[in-house]
Design a protein around this ligand. Structure first.
Ligand SMILES: NC(=O)c1ccc[n+]([C@@H]2O[C@H](COP(=O)([O-])OP(=O)(O)OC[C@H]3O[C@@H](n4cnc5c(N)ncnc54)[C@H](OP(=O)(O)O)[C@@H]3O)[C@@H](O)[C@H]2O)c1
Length: 310
């Protein structure tokens, strides 16, 4: 297949390019500011996605069988700081790509988030549960799902994804990479003992997205996540243990939501997703935490620190 990927330099986009190339697909990868080659990308296009006309031209000239949208302002705090830009990237862009997918009869795989929910339920959220976003990013994801449903109809899929582990192109984006950045800089990350997430790796999510490109009988909104819930604190502890770091080399401060009520109000307590319906249709399996840890690499920016620790 000929696949057009936005955000090919990002955490998920770069994992997707590698996974798609392994399956023999041709990947046209769009990058923004990234300058290095991205593994798996056949043709790299450097493009400002806020430029609607240039984006339309790039898609039409590629004439893809599938469009995969991994571009976004993906950090919730950044969405609050840049409301206009994040609205355009996170809502207007998927709407535009949905119209283009419909025009070309191409598949559209779009990424949404667990953050469409408020995290007050202990039970895993199902696709049909009412959405209840508590921040701008979550509201943008809800709007993007609606735009994909309306624009691309049965050609489109929005996958709600969890907090991601994995290995990014920059080595500074995923959960374990940010922990390593703190440790190498001598900082002690504070992690909540009572904030629950159901992580998977970007690589595992990418396998799901490749399967979705190849299928035309899965559409609408879908949930994907890992096989087990874990607190942020426990996840940090497991990362430290996996890389054989001591508490002195890789300190973590435990925090409870009750300790910081102001902050806790702006964060979801428990985000679990029911993945059974999509897992039943795919070959890719939801991962246990141990499988996720086994995929992680020492991030390039802190390799010297890691090798030099004593
Ligand atoms: N990371 C997570 O934990 C997580 C969890 C759930 C859902 N998601 C969703 O999954 C998707 C991918 O997330 P991610 O973590 O892979 O994001 P990311 O690592 O932050 O990558 C974002 C990508 O978007 C590109 N981009 C941003 N603004 C651009 C612009 N104006 N013009 C051109 N390209 C632009 C970036 O390109 P350059 O870097 O080259 O500028 C980069 O390739 C997003 O929709 C995100 O909301 C992520």
């Amino acid at each position: 297949m000929n696949i057009f990927v936005t955000g090919a330099s990002g955490l998920v986009g770069s994992a997707f390019a590698r996974a798609a190339a392994r399956r023999g697909h041709r990947v046209v990868g769009l990058v923004g500011s990234h300058r290095e080659p991205v593994a798996g990308v056949t043709t790299t296009l450097r493009l400002e996605l806020l430029d609607e006309a240039a984006t339309t031209t790039a898609v039409l000239e590629s004439f893809p069988d599938a469009i995969v949208n991994c571009a976004a302002v993906s950090v919730p705090e950044q969405c609050e700081l840049q409301p206009e830009i994040s609205d355009r990237l996170n809502v207007a862009l998927p709407a535009q790509l949905a119209r283009l997918a419909y025009h070309l009869s191409a598949r559209l795989i779009h990424l949404s988030s667990e953050q469409v929910f408020d995290g007050t339920s202990e039970a895993p959220y199902c696709v049909g549960d009412p959405v209840s976003p508590i921040n701008r990013y979550g509201r943008q994801k809800v709007a993007s799902e609606t735009a994909v449903l309306q624009g691309a109809e049965s050609l489109g899929v929005s996958v709600r994804a969890p907090l991601l582990m994995g290995n990014s192109a920059t080595g500074a984006r995923s959960t374990h990479e940010r922990l390593f950045a703190d440790w190498a800089a001598g900082r002690t990350p504070k992690l909540f003992t009572d904030e629950i997430r159901q992580t998977c790796t970007a690589e595992n999510l990418a396998e799901v997205m490749v399967e979705l490109c190849e299928r035309n009988d899965v559409h609408g909104i879908q949930h994907w996540a890992g096989a087990e819930p874990i607190s942020r604190f426990e996840l940090g502890r497991r990362v430290r243990e996996h890389f054989k770091l001591s508490e002195g080399q890789a300190p973590i401060a435990s925090v409870a939501r009750a300790d910081v009520p102001e902050l806790a109000r702006r964060r979801q307590e428990c985000l679990k997703l029911a993945v059974g319906p999509l897992a039943a249709k795919l070959k890719t399996r939801p991962q246990a935490i141990s499988d996720q840890l086994a995929e992680l690499k020492i991030p390039a920016p802190v390799r010297a620190w890691y090798l030099g620790r004593a």
